[in-house]
Design a protein around this ligand. Structure first.
Ligand SMILES: Nc1ncnc2c1ncn2[C@@H]1O[C@H](COP(=O)(O)OP(=O)(O)OP(=O)(O)O)[C@@H](O)[C@H]1O
Ligand SMILES: [Mg+2]
Length: 346
């Protein structure tokens, strides 16, 4: 649906060259909500703006439905662009026009008959829940309402793709949540593919199917939202995940991790979904007659799937502990012994 192939974009200002995109490859499938996250200056806006040719790549290509927009002549290009809606952090509404006229603008540009414009705008205003604001001006609306109008305008030409550049960054948490719900509704009801960029991991958690993490113009990690949240690989990704999921351990657990006792071992196990951690703990107790104590557990929920980490300790005679340890080594959940583990305790 949207494909970035070895896309590089460099900017020159004075005698400085900035590589905003550095050999980016990304594939967004039809119907997906794909999030791109990164710190300021990572290249996110440049990436999304190159999807509709607001920026032309220096090299590489961006394909929408298999077509490279950069190869199209102006008429075909205009038509192709109508298939891509975009919404912005600061809404970009025309202040001198009413809400109705703002939403109607893309339709007027395509010389849509007046009656059809009225029908479509009325339908869209009702979809975004602002039918009563048709005759108001943007300055009479709240931020959340302005973004709803921005969304209605972006949908006017019935696009298959919606690009969102920090669409909720200027909004408070409750309004952010309502706009994200609206985007999800658009994705489901109109089957619109959404590419969104953000610097907030909570936005990714709330509605994205997949996520890519950008740094210095490159994609450093990508995957399903669940896999990125449950096992981030790159330190920057970990930082983003930690921004909404605390990973620190209580002092009591840190202390326990540093003590070595011959009759005690401590393990860490990562669990996702309805995985078999309770079976694991039960079989340790039943098979080895071992005392199992849960020291600490965190559970999180990502779009209906839970994941988390459990720290448990085993207490028994050293021979029994050795047998249990062998059993755990071959267990599919791959619990890791962390007794005396300074890294975990840090
Ligand atoms: N038109 C331009 N001319 C020169 N440099 C640019 C231009 N646009 C972007 N850049 C540079 O490219 C890099 C990436 O910018 P970009 O706006 O894509 O980052 P971003 O990830 O969207 O950041 P933010 O989160 O702050 O919006 C930055 O170093 C920026 O200064
Ligand atoms: Mg930006």
């Amino acid at each position: 649906m949207i494909e970035f192939k070895q896309v590089t974009k460099t900017f020159h200002s004075g005698n400085q060259t900035v590589t905003a995109l550095d050999n980016v490859n990304l594939h967004v499938a039809r119907g997906e909500i794909y999030g791109v996250i990164g710190f300021s200056g990572a290249g996110k806006s440049t990436l999304i703006r190159s999807a509709n040719l607001l920026e032309r790549p220096t090299s590489g290509e961006v394909l929408i439905n298999g077509v490279n927009l950069a190869t199209l002549k102006s008429r075909e290009l205009q038509k192709a662009k109508r298939n891509i809606g975009m919404i912005f952090q600061h809404f970009n509404l025309l202040q001198s026009k009413t809400v109705f006229d703002n939403v109607a603008t893309p339709l007027k540009l395509t010389r849509t008959p007046k009656a059809d414009i009225r029908k479509r705008v009325t339908e869209l205003l009702s979809f975004v829940g602002l039918s009563d604001k048709a005759d108001n001006y943007p300055e009479q609306l709240s931020g959340g309402q302005k973004q709803r109008i921005g969304i209605a305008r972006a949908l006017a030409t019935n696009p298959e793709v919606l690009l969102c550049d920090e669409a909720t960054s200027a909004l408070d948490p409750d309004t952010t949540s309502s706009i994200l719900h609206l985007l999800k509704k658009i994705n489901i009801e109109y089957n619109i593919t959404i590419l969104m960029i953000t610097h907030e991991m909570s936005v990714i958690r709330e509605i994205c199917d997949k996520v890519a993490v950008m740094e210095k113009g490159r994609i450093i990690e990508e995957g399903s939202v669940l896999s990125i949240f449950s096992s981030p690989q790159h330190p920057t990704t970990e930082k983003f995940v930690r921004s909404i999921i605390p990973t620190g351990l209580p002092a009591r657990v840190k202390e326990a991790l540093q003590q070595k006792e011959p009759n005690r071992r401590i393990y860490e196990v990562t669990v996702t979904g309805d995985s078999s951690h309770s079976d694991l703990l039960r079989s340790l107790i039943q098979t080895f007659g071992i005392e199992v104590d849960i020291l600490h557990a965190t559970m999180n929920d990502i779009q209906g799937t839970s994941f988390g980490r459990i720290y448990f300790d085993l207490r028994a005679e050293p021979e029994i502990l050795a047998e249990a340890s062998n059993y755990l080594k071959s267990h599919p959940l791959q619990p890791k012994e962390v007794t005396g583990d300074a890294r975990v305790a840090a």
